[in-house]
Design a protein around this ligand. Sequence first.
Ligand SMILES: *Cc1c(COP(=O)(O)O)cnc(C)c1O
Length: 420
Amino acid sequence: MEKLALYGGTPVREQPLPPGYKGGLLLGEEEADRTGQVIRGRAPFRYYGMEPQYSVRALENKMAGHLGVPYVLGVSSGTAALIVAMKALGIGSGDKVIIPAVTFLATAGAVVACNAVPVFADADESLNLIPEQLECVYDDEVKAVIAVHIDGVACEMDKIAAFAKKKGIRVIEDTAQSLGTTYLGRQAGTWGDIGTFSFQMQKVLSAGEGGAVATADARWFERAVRYHDQGSFRERERYGIASDDERNAFFGENYRMNELTGAVLAEQWSRLDGIIGAMRRHHRRIKSTLQRELPSLQFRKVPDPAGEGCSMLGLVWESKEKAALFIRAMAAERVKPVLKYGGMPVYMMPLIRHQRTVDPNNYPFSHPFRHPVRYEAGMCPCAEDALKRVTLIPVSPTLTDRDADTIIEAVIKVCRGLNL
Ligand SMILES: *Cc1c(COP(=O)(O)O)cnc(C)c1O
């Protein structure tokens, strides 16, 4: 048997795998040309300029067509999308929002930015929240649940939507990591009241920054548009001129997407099918080969494999020690897996655990909740356990077939060499 790189043998790869960016790795002439048009037209603002290109509008139309929903609004980031979504749905002071133990800090931060507090639901070996756990953390101060689709695996949205309907609460889908993923044939981000998306560098499509909200509900859309643009709905009312529906207006902020971002993303959009197709092709070949060669290998739980976005190959180990050893041995072969969020549930981040906000009175945690929230280790035991046992290998759309072969070779070499 070939000597493991961990013990001084030759690594399977000379160079590390490409980084986990997707659309960001494929930025090219098309994006450059279209942003050039925005600059030459001197119209970087979405609503007016010298020669407006309406690129943000073009992005919104492409995205709405892809998702099969009537309303999409481009915003400045995925975090902005979450805030705009919650504001549109009327989430605010004194409310609680259920979010999963496994998510990025932004999901929790957006809840707090809306003066609500997060309540954490446990997650399993899919790394997504367990629908059956929602009942355990629900109380009558909960007004919404944010389902987060982690790394191309959709949550069981039918069950989450059924729970929310029973309780009369809202559903937001944080689809920042899973554009293009489907569940039971329906796009992630279109099952709940509002879906949110991000175009930051790590995400499926990227302009460095950017985000969007998608909804089928005209009311939520109007409230989202107004909140993201100082209370106005410019395409309905001429700027600064009171219209018939001014009774719908309220204070907003500015979370608008600019035209340079819109131009990049309108071009990136045409790469989406190619990106998802390439990741799926590699992921499925790697997975089926490994299943054949290593029949006892356990894969990340995927409720609907047909719709998987396939940006990460997830393997599940019996113990955290085995997972850690696998990671070390694979890193030596230059096919480095990761533990999601370093193996920690988001509530273990000190700023969340200690409930520290920018407010001098520490609002919203100082709100007189009837059932105050506490965050502590051991709170979501399944997530704490799964996070240390699920290893993820990035599957880039830029992999060559030879790159994909090296992933297969390295996993087989390490599993056989260490008897994992
Ligand atoms: C990236 C991400 C966000 C935040 O998106 P930004 O565009 O960086 O603000 C929110 N939620 C999840 C799950 C993410 O992965």
